[in-house]
Design a protein around this ligand. Structure first.
Ligand SMILES: Nc1ncnc2c1ncn2[C@@H]1O[C@H](COP(=O)(O)OP(=O)(O)OP(=O)(O)O)[C@@H](O)[C@H]1O
Ligand SMILES: [Mg+2]
Length: 261
């Protein structure tokens, strides 16, 4: 995992000029779901700013709203109140096609349950967002191949998701999230289904990309090793985020990851 990132994966505005800039922000965001006559309030008055090149872990109990928050940050769902700013633009105010275009250009997303397109190969799945972004087929496939090699799947390019293991699918989803060299990548438990060695490979990839491309990462995780490598760890509890300091490896009993809601 020490290979250089290919030049065509380096975004034009990487490095020092973008550092310090807020690339993704949630402003007084609330989210409630209606369930029949009941309203389930999941997030309330939540604020978050992600700086260019910043690595943030989000932890919290099952059901605390981590996936809900990531979906809002990624423009996959709308907040009940407040706004989501992606590179300065409020995505809630955009129509569907503009929002999809903006998301393609600026954000990568790894879903909790990967959501690959079953009828397409691993390579096609990774190349797809590059094609949608307007690149030529040959370029999209080259970038797809390079990223799949990077996550250790150079020998699975033409397998469809149904013929891949759970961890392999997760790695294809990670490669896909990085394909357009997004400013910020949102990941929902990217190492959740991986064995320790593969999880370590994925973590190394995240850290390499963060260093080399100044990509920001917001990672929902229960994995102590992942959280310990982030710049900030935020705990989602009772609808709001609070900073926590993460215990060092080997001190899991006192880790915030081991606590309840
Ligand atoms: N579409 C929906 N309609 C109603 N309630 C929902 C909906 N989606 C999520 N919820 C509720 O919102 C709460 C937060 O769900 P969410 O999936 O964000 O939790 P999570 O923190 O990601 O949990 P996990 O760690 O288990 O993945 C849960 O109580 C869930 O039941
Ligand atoms: Mg979740």
């Amino acid at each position: 995992m020490t290979t250089k990132i290919p030049e065509d994966l380096v975004p034009p505005a990487s490095g020092a000029q973008t550092r310090g800039k807020v690339v993704l922000a949630a402003r007084t965001v609330a989210k409630a779901y209606r369930q029949g006559s009941r309203t389930v309030e999941v997030l309330g008055n939540l604020d978050l700013s992600v700086i260019a090149g910043e690595r943030i872990a989000i932890i919290g109990a099952s059901g605390s709203g981590k996936s809900t928050l990531l979906n809002l940050l990624g423009g996959l769902d709308d907040p009940s109140e407040g706004s989501i700013l992606v590179n300065g633009a409020d995505i809630a105010g955009m129509n569907e096609s503009r929002r999809a275009q903006w998301r393609n250009r600026h954000l990568g997303f790894v879903y909790q349950f990967h959501h690959l397109l079953g009828e397409f190969s691993a390579l096609e799945n990774v190349a797809m967002p590059v094609l949608i972004g307007g690149s030529k087929m040959a370029d999209a496939r080259r970038i797809g191949r390079q990223l799949l090699e990077r996550v250790g799947l150079g020998n699975r390019l033409h397998h469809k998701p149904g013929a891949l293991s759970g961890g392999e699918r997760q790695r294809v989803a990670i490669a896909r999230s990085l394909a357009t060299s997004p400013t910020c990548v949102l990941m929902d438990e990217p190492t959740g289904n991986l064995d320790p060695d593969t999880a370590e490979t994925v973590l190394t990839l995240i850290l390499d990309l963060n260093r080399e491309l100044a990509t920001s990462f917001v990672i929902v995780t229960h994995d102590h090793d992942v959280a310990a490598k982030m710049d900030r760890v935020l705990r989602l509890s009772h609808g709001a985020l609070a900073s926590v300091s993460i215990a060092k490896a080997g001190d899991m009993a006192t880790s915030p990851l081991a606590q309840g809601p």
